[in-house]
Design a protein around this ligand. Structure first.
Ligand SMILES: C[S@@+](CC[C@H](N)C(=O)[O-])C[C@H]1O[C@@H](n2cnc3c(N)ncnc32)[C@H](O)[C@@H]1O
Length: 598
């Protein structure tokens, strides 16, 4: 995306302090109101200075290297790991379905029959598709790493001057380069590292409220400014805060003659302007949250998520991997208590996608949220598992590892070009129980069925991964949120139909997306529950996550939708994600339970 709006997004990325681990992040956001108030500091000149000055790896290493603590956690891992090196050659793999390019629309009883298969399906793991700057499970992503490390290692800089130009003229900026000794000064100002909206602390906000309530919304004349003049982002930024204050207590602060929806409409317009979204998408995402939480969400989309890797337990153990990487100058620590295989990378003196350990398949660069659907799927040894939309294979290879290379994983993707990276990852990580195939997943179970478990990590709009791909801000339109759910519904029915209800160990389907919209998540799941009364929603088994919506904007969903889990960047410092887990019931269970259980 080009233009001033995207610039704003990039600028905003540099404004936050050290990236917390996922667990720390969860604790830190328990009081969103407090966080929002913290943002009320005068950040404009300070922000620019921080951008100019960069961040000191030297200083931050002292503060952020937590390997000693990490080691203690890591050594808890006591799984016995097979160390067998896999030497399978790419040629050994036959890509099933090569001969056909099937994209015919299935004849399923899709309620919404005006949708077409979208060409623009989003893949959170694809770095190349449609020229997007993507973050891959496969590739090095050193830029991404650098950006995140800068965030992760950020030190706030002293800024006691209100006149930034004067400070710069004095050449003080030079004092704050990476080798600066001004650690003490920097420490003093850490507290302000997370600010955004500018002026004032809590008290100032209160004063501000009373003085601005009558002027928050633009007058008729102001509204009529020529359409070719872009709205001022500074005005938008200030007004966002003011409107939030009004909406906090509309009875007290709302202007006579103005409705709450007038304020909300202006707020959405300002969000779109300030953060660089289309008004359509800003509105769609805004409606998922309370106004203040929505701002937290939009803010979090301006900041990269931590760089994370997953240990490949087919080849090594996490503590051994961590030690090997630390020896190479990588600063890391465990992601959180909820995963025994994840590591968060703070910075690295070597490209994290090209270390000997990487090349030997000891780890994969993988977003933390991408672990979650596989944890929910909980594949067992010796099972038959289908990964319906598998490329580039972050989840397939995790499934394979959890199954300890036993049983069989069918890794399918409709995009033949993408099966290359899928195969490459499968080889690199030494997965020998995997068959790659290239079908439109709607063709399952006609291709092959009777699986113990099926993962559908569906193509989606990518509204959960805007920090990785800001082009989503402007590229999504209303049609996408018709076409994508149409495809997702078809795929989910095919996933359910591919399961062996009589599986002795399984019978589970996991549906996931890296989108946060209800259209692509709860509405799809609810549709499947109505169309397939032989499945019910079950607990995902995931330790954290916000329950899915059981109703949304007048639509009622199956009450069991509360068993699904949502993940937001502002809540858990992970990509936005959605996970639902179904169990297909055996014929006799259906009799006992009836359809009312689903
Ligand atoms: C979110 S990505 C999958 C990421 C993958 N699960 C991983 O963890 O690496 C969605 C994938 O769906 C594939 N896809 C899109 N339409 C499909 C269809 N009709 N059948 C099968 N795969 C499809 C895309 O090519 C893309 O690779």
């Amino acid at each position: 995306m080009a233009g001033p709006k995207s610039k704003l997004g990039r600028k905003a990325r540099t404004k936050q302090g050290p990236v917390p681990t996922l667990d720390e992040f969860r604790q830190g956001v328990l009081d969103p109101r407090k966080r929002a108030q913290q943002k009320n500091n005068d950040g404009e000149s300070r922000k620019r200075k921080r951008e100019d000055k960069g961040e000191s790896l030297k200083n931050s290493r002292k503060e952020n290297i937590v390997f000693e603590k990490a080691k203690a956690d890591l050594f808890e891992v006591d799984e016995k790991v097979e160390k067998e090196e896999n030497v399978a050659r790419e040629d050994d793999f036959y890509v099933f379905g090569d001969e056909e390019d099937k994209f015919d629309i299935d004849e399923e009883e899709i309620e919404n029959d005006n949708g077409n298969e979208s060409e623009e399906v989003y893949d959170s793991e694809d770095e190349n598709e449609q020229g997007r700057a993507m973050f891959s499970d496969d590739e090095g992503d050193q830029d991404m790493l650098d950006a995140a490390n800068q965030q992760g290692l950020a030190k706030a800089f002293k800024d006691d001057s209100e006149d930034e130009e004067a400070v710069e003229a004095e050449g003080e900026a030079d004092e704050f380069d990476a080798d600066s000794d001004n650690e003490g000064e920097a420490d003093e100002f850490d507290v302000n590292s997370d600010d955004e909206f500018g002026p004032g602390d809590e008290e100032d906000v209160e004063i501000n409220v009373d003085s601005t309530i009558t002027n928050v919304l633009p007058s008729g004349q102001e509204v009529e400014t020529p359409s070719n003049v872009p709205p001022d982002i500074h005005i938008s930024r200030t007004r966002i805060q003011e409107i939030l204050n009004v909406l906090d207590d509309f009875g007290k602060y709302g202007e006579a003659g103005r409705s709450r929806s007038d304020y909300v409409a202006q707020l959405i317009a300002d969000i779109a302007n300030y953060y660089g979204y289309t008004e359509f998408l800003a509105g769609k995402l805004f409606e998922l949250f309370s106004p203040r939480e929505a701002i937290d969400f939009f803010e979090a989309n301006e900041v990269p998520r931590p760089v994370t890797i997953r240990t490949n337990t087919l080849k090594t153990r996490r503590r051994n991997l961590a030690q090997a990487l630390v020896n190479r100058g990588v600063n890391l620590k465990p992601i959180g208590n909820w995963t025994k295989v994840g590591l968060q990378i703070f910075d690295s003196q070597v490209p994290i996608g090209a270390t000997p350990e990487y090349l030997a398949g000891h780890y994969i660069i993988q977003a933390a949220s991408s672990f979650l659907p596989v944890i929910a799927l909980a594949p067992q040894e010796k099972e038959r598992v289908l990964d319906m939309a598998a490329a580039p294979g972050g989840k397939t290879t995790y499934i394979s590892a959890l199954m300890k290379n036993t049983g069989c994983v069918f890794a399918n993707d409709a995009n033949k070009a993408r099966t290359k990276s899928l195969i490459a990852n499968i080889h690199r990580l030494g997965c020998t129980n995997t068959v790659v195939c290239n079908y439109d997943a709607k063709d399952f179970p006609r291709v092959i069925g009777g699986f113990d478990r099926v993962l559908l990590d569906a193509p989606c709009s990518g509204t959960g991964v805007i920090a990785k791909d800001p082009s989503v801000k402007t590229s999504r339109n209303e049609k996408d949120f018709v076409d994508l759910p149409f495809l997702q519904k078809q795929l989910l029915l095919a996933a359910i139909d591919s399961i062996d209800a009589n599986s002795k160990t399984g019978g589970y389907i996991v549906y996931s997306t890296c989108s946060v919209t209800v259209d692509e998540n709860e509405a799809v799941v609810d549709y499947a529950l109505r169309k397939r009364p032989d499945v019910k929603l079950v607990e995902t088994g995931l330790e954290f996550g916000v329950p899915g919506f059981t109703s949304f904007r007048g639509k009622e969903f199956n009450h069991k939708l509360s068993l699904t889990r949502r993940y937001y960047p502002h809540t858990y410092n992970v990509d936005g994600f959605f996970v639902a887990k179904f169990k297909k019931m055996k014929a006799k269970e259906q009799k006992v339970n009836g359809t009312s259980t689903v």
